[in-house]
Ligand binder design. Structure first.
Ligand SMILES: [Fe+2]
Ligand SMILES: [Fe+2]
Length: 173
């Protein structure tokens, strides 16, 4: 079971990533950090057997995942879809579909009571598998498209747009 210090450490890093770093960063570096954080949270969620901890972690996953995917769709996937390159467009559409599946799996997870039961454990495992599979494909395929079509300066601009888009996302309760 993760300690309270580990939780506050995760939360602190999320806050630092979100608000305190300068804007002039490559979008892909930022996405990698957020992917790593979500994977870490999901790993802890699947391991956890404590109900308060599970609920806290599930909320942290939601808070990290929802703004990330919505802003990524607007800034990254829409840019890839606009390239009018068939392979890149497949990658963009695939990303949208997988985000939709992750949304549904997250919604299901958050609706399950009690959070101590086997149904919650199963939903946490499914969400973790979906997100890990999605991140693997995204980092391989979408990032290749981004590196191929956008130079370093454009990727810094994308990071600024990504941060601005995240601020506009409303995370549902
Ligand atoms: Fe992502
Ligand atoms: Fe994604």
């Amino acid at each position: 079971m993760a300690t309270f210090e580990q939780f506050t450490d995760i939360l602190g890093r999320r806050r630092r990533f979100g608000h305190n770093l300068p804007d002039d960063r490559d979008i892909l570096d930022k996405l990698r950090e957020e992917h790593d954080l979500v994977k870490e949270l999901l790993g802890k969620l699947v391991e956890s057997e404590n109900v308060a901890e599970r609920l806290w972690l599930a909320q942290q996953v939601k808070a990290a995942l929802v703004p990330h995917v919505r802003a990524e769709e607007k800034v990254v996937y829409d840019a890839v879809l606009a390239l009018r390159d068939t392979d890149a467009m497949v990658d963009g559409h695939e990303g949208y579909l997988e985000h939709h599946h992750a949304d549904l799996a997250l919604k299901k997870l958050l609706s399950i009571k009690p959070a101590t039961g086997p149904e919650f454990s199963a939903a946490a495992k499914v969400l973790k598998q979906l997100v890990e599979h999605h991140i693997d494909g995204e980092e391989r395929n979408v990032w290749r498209d981004i590196r191929q079509h956008f130079d370093a300066e454009e990727r810094v601009e994308m990071h600024r747009a990504f941060e601005a888009a995240k601020k506009r996302v409303r995370v549902p309760h």
